[in-house]
Structure formats: structure tokens, C-alpha cells
Design a binder for this molecule. Sequence first.
Ligand code: PHE
Length: 375
Amino acid sequence: MNSRAFRRAALLVGTLLALSASAAEPVKLGFFMSMTGRDASFGETSLRGAQLAVEEINAAGGVLGRPLELIVADNRSLAGESATAVKKLVNRDKVVALIGEVVSARSLEAAPVAQTAGVPMVTPGSTNPRVTALGDCIFRVCFADPFQGEVLATYAYRRLGLRRAALLVDHSAPYSTGLAAAFERTFVQLGGAIVSRQRYTAGDKDFRAQLTALRAAAPELIFLPCYYVDVGLAAKQARELGLTLPFLGGDGYEAPQFLEIGGAALNGTSYSTHFAAESDAPAVRAFVARFQARHHLLPNGLAALTYDAVRLVADAITRAGATERTAVRAALAATRDFPGVTGRTSFDAQRNAVKDAAIMTVRDGRIVFVENIRP
Ligand code: PHE
């Protein structure tokens, strides 16, 4: 066959596969996330990654010759709603597997429901170590906070040369308390000191009392493990109080609204994340181009992780050769070296992935990639 005839035949086979897949009963994947409410940005970002993955999988013939269908359930960023969303996806929609949540508190809430039902749940971004400890059906495709805290403490101590840190912690969020503890462990081990400990509760908008209190201890850095809204507000208020020191935090800072909220007050702030769109790895470059063509913006860590999570679940279903939940769970657990845009994913015995972290910093109102850190 000459190459033109070959291409035509290949195109025909692809079209036939796609047609037969779309005629078959869909393979349902539940997606539960904060699509509205305080953390809507996380849901939107994550959904963009999931949509691209599903569209690409279906264009290539689907899963087991059937189309993959994403069923989206919104928890409205509210406590209690993730458990409800997962019950609905599992009992009513009869999903094969679940993708969600991002915020650790909500994964901790949903995981027992998934575990009891025996439905595999893959979290794209929950980094709190307890999440996957809730049962053998719970997996994460991202690194966990003991690693993230170590990365951030090492960066603060070695690269920024800072020795005195103040902690500002949302004591109502497991993500915040867990990451603060991990940061402190390494920072103190290296020789640094925690000179002040301040706390607040999710939803607080005024951090001036805590900032005033910590200022008295003369820290060189504020470690604030939180989501993007809080750090923007706290940084602005810190500057108003004359505090010029840098803020440092984790993956929760990453959202399109991060700079909008904090503005110039965020200059000098650094954080860790799961992915850098600036990477020159060919697979990442190709993904960034496809994502931009589809969504007209750059993918961030969360979008990339969710893209990988959906493709990894589809791969496990294919390897299982069936959509039966126990078979899919076993195939997921056996995942080794799955090639994704956030790196290769292998699950260890605790169903955690080991991944690189990327450090980003805000300079002149722009987010700049600093370095990749290997575990
Ligand atoms: N790691 C955060 C948590 O566990 C969630 C998150 C991941 C937020 C990625 C933004 C980006 O709660």
C-alpha cells in the first residue's frame, strides 16, 4: 500500500472505531468537585483537564470500544456536599470510578463513601497524607504534603537563606495544618526557627490581628499554607501594616485569580506546584498546545493532574478488560510508570504517586518558574 492509501485506510478504521464506540453504552466516570461557591476556580480548572482527556480518549475510539462519559456533580464548595455527590454518582449513575476532590477536607469527607461502596476514587490534587489512608479504593496522582513541606522548607532555608519563619495556619483545614507541620519538621531540622504561630478559620477576611502579633517576633518569612484567596488578602494587609517579608505556601496558591486578588502585594511570594507549562519536555509542549487550542488558556498544575487522572483511569479500565469495580481497582493498584504530563505515575503500596514539585515565584506581577525538585 502506498502511504496515501495507508493514511486513508487508517482514517477509515479510526472513524469506524469512533462510530462503534459512540453507539455503545458509555463507560461512566463520576467527577465531583467545587463547580460553584468559594472554590469554583478549582472545579473549573480541573474540569478543563478532564474534558480534554475525555475528548481525546473518545476521538481515539473510547474505552473497551465504548465512549467515556464524565458525569459532573457539584459540591458547591460546601462541607457535607461531597459525600452527597458521591452517593448520587455511585448509586444513581452507577459510575465505574470517581475523579475528585481537590481540597483535602472534601476528599477526606468523600473517601469513606467511595470505600464503603467499593468504587475506586482517584484524587487529582489532594495532598494531605490521610486521604489515601482511608482505604484501598482511594488513590492520588499527585505528591503528598510530607514531601511538599520538605521541598518548601528546603527552598526557604537553602535557596532564600531564611532562618526565622512565622506560621499562619487555617486550623479548620487539614491541608493547612498538615502542610504547616511538614514544613516545620524540615525547617527546624535544617536549623531554622518557628518564631510565631498564628491561626485563623477558613472564610476569615481580616488577618491584621495575626499579622500584628507575628510582626513582634521579627520573622523573615510568613509560611501560609492555604488556598489562593487567603494569601492574596493577607499579603495586601501585611503590606498595609508595613510588613515587606515574603510569603511562602503550597499548591493551593495556584489559581487564575491568585494574582487578581493579591496584586502587587504578592511580589516575592513563592509556592510549590505540580507542573510547569514552561517545561521543554516534548510531551508537555504538545499537551500545552492541545490544551490552549481547546480552552484558550495555559494549563496549570491542577488541569494537568486531572488530565492525567482521567487518562490513567481509562488506561486501568482498558487493562482490566472490564468495567467491574473490583477489577478496575486492582488494575489501578497495579499502575506502574503510566506516562502523564505531570510525570510518570506508579502507585506505591499506599496508593500514592511520587512526583516532582515545581517552585514558582512572583516577580514584577508575573509568575515565574524557578526550579523543579525531585523527591
Ligand atoms: N493540595 C490541595 C489540598 O490538598 C488542593 C490543591 C491542589 C489546590 C492543586 C490547588 C491545586 O487541599
